[in-house]
Design a protein around this ligand. Structure first.
Ligand code: GLN
Length: 476
């Protein structure tokens, strides 16, 4: 048995039966991470790893297990995206501007998973700078490679988290999803990635990109693992003003008989890769074979999802990123006056994509353009939300591809922002609508690249969404 092949559930059972200790599991992962970093073409999933601290957490977890204070997650290692604060650890958001910034408090998800449940943090994972991107190439700390083909991207922005789970450098990881950043990299790295209903997981301690869209979620090997971790991290948090009172609890049965599945006709686009289309068709046949009803549905405003997102998200980002001025956090440029220091710090500290978004966001919020862009985008966002409400009167879940193409090559889209933005065409609308969505592994291309399929559920219908996902995972 290779420890690194085990799911969270299997690890938990082995810990419970005392077949393994958390220290052994943690050591196996730390060794694998070290070997990867030393290899000629590393996956490079992590931006920081503190092995001694991880082992200390593991020994603590083993003590908890020995004294009967364990939950099912105690002692399981987890990787954390580097935009989530862990007290005493650097939070860089893979940006030069936050280099050297040490978090002074724990995010609520960290308090829950690590402090309360006793999960073991393996390290902080690489990402696109400030979570802006779809390939992890905008990181200031080097690219992350796809574990299944080192010449390709792992997706983004939670590319480090997905590559860690897909590349067996962590059994589970946390990502954040503003427009697809959990689901798209999960699809590219052969993992399960869950973007929960907006407001179910506290954003306290998550570095804000676009506050009305951001949501933390798990990246795992199985649906059940995602359910376990989601259960442990969700719940009302008074420290997050947008937090809902919802405590999920799952019993996964996976019965697909009678389930109504809607496939939006707008998702079958010209740019959809034929292998992915074929994979979707096969899945539809399988679902029908086991007694589900698959119907075509329409989300008429989905063609506006990408432009709407790039107005709303950049507007919010331009405001959220105002705080990085060289005074309060991280990097500070040398200058002879205060205003020169602001300008130099931001010019040197932010990368090109972040600057592009700050400029775009400032523009759409400016006095002369607010109504034409920002206000208009908010109205279209409402129409997109209403499309979903209408469809969920008729179906239990919406099914479609997670991404229009399999993982693309490193460098392929870096100089073409629009092409990069379009890789989120299927994921973005769930964030605009606030609904939950999950990406599931759905086989491989001929070249051995992972394919992901996405299920979207109604607001707070995670139980239904995960149960159907569990059914699909087991039917094949
Ligand atoms: N790729 C999208 C973007 O670049 C989504 C990112 C995310 O979900 N954080 O904004």
């Amino acid at each position: 048995m290779d420890i690194r092949d085990l799911s969270v559930r299997e690890l938990s059972e082995a810990l419970e039966k005392k077949e393994l200790s958390s220290e052994e599991i943690t050591r196996a992962y730390l060794k694998a991470i070290e070997n990867d970093e030393a290899s000629s073409e590393p996956i490079h999933a992590y931006v920081s790893v503190r092995p001694e601290d991880a082992l200390a957490m593991a020994r603590e977890a083993d003590k908890k297990r020995a004294t009967g204070q364990a939950t099912k997650l105690t002692g399981i290692p987890i990787a954390i995206k580097d935009n989530i604060n862990v007290k005493g650890y650097e939070t860089t958001c893979s940006s030069k501007i936050l280099k050297g910034y040490i978090a002074s408090y724990d995010a609520t998800v960290i308090e829950k998973l690590i402090r309360d449940h006793g999960m073991v943090m393996l390290g902080k994972t690489n990402m696109d700078e400030f979570a802006m991107g779809s390939s992890t190439e905008t990181s200031a700390y080097g690219v992350t490679r796809n574990p299944f083909d080192r010449t390709r991207v792992p997706g983004g922005s939670s590319g480090g988290s997905a590559a860690a789970v897909g590349g067996k450098l962590a059994p589970v990881a946390l990502g954040s999803d503003t427009g697809g950043s959990i689901r798209q990299p999960a699809a590219f790295c052969g993992c399960v990635g869950l973007k929960p209903t907006y407001g179910t997981v506290s954003r306290y301690g998550l570095v804000a990109f676009a506050s009305s869209l951001d949501q933390i979620g798990p990246i795992t090997r199985t649906v059940e693992d995602a359910a376990w971790v989601y259960e442990a991290m969700a719940g009302h948090d008074p420290k997050d003003a947008t937090s809902l009172s919802y405590t999920p609890s799952f019993t996964l049965k996976g019965d697909l008989k009678g389930v109504r599945v809607g496939v939006p006709r707008e998702f079958i686009l010209e740019g959809l890769d034929p292998t992915i289309k074929e994979n979707l068709d096969t899945l539809i046949h399988t679902l029908e074979r086991v007694g589900a009803t698959v119907v075509e549905v329409s989300l008429p405003h989905s063609e506006y999802a990408v432009p709407t997102y790039y107005v709303v998200a950049t507007a919010e980002a331009s405001s959220n990123l105002e705080r990085y001025d060289g005074v309060k956090y991280g990097y500070r440029a040398q200058a002879s006056s205060l205003s020169e220091m602001y300008v130099k710090t931001r010019s040197e500290g932010f990368g090109a994509e972040v600057k592009r978004r700050i400029m775009l966001g400032t523009y759409v919020l400016s006095a002369g353009y607010y109504d034409a862009y920002y206000l208009k985008a908010l109205k279209v966002r409402t129409l997109i939300k209403q499309d979903f409400q209408r469809v969920f009167e008729k179906v239990d879940v919406i099914l479609g591809p997670t991404t229009p193409t399999p993982p693309f090559r490193l460098g392929e889209k870096v100089s073409d922002p629009i092409a990069m933005y379009l890789s989120d065409i299927y994921t973005i609308s769930a964030n605009l609508a606030g609904i939950p969505a999950i990406s599931l592994p759905s086989g491989w291309t001929q070249e051995g690249l992972p394919i992901g399929m996405q299920l979207m559920g109604d607001t707070l219908a995670e139980h239904k969404l995960l149960d159907i996902a569990y059914g699909i995972e087991h039917v094949k």
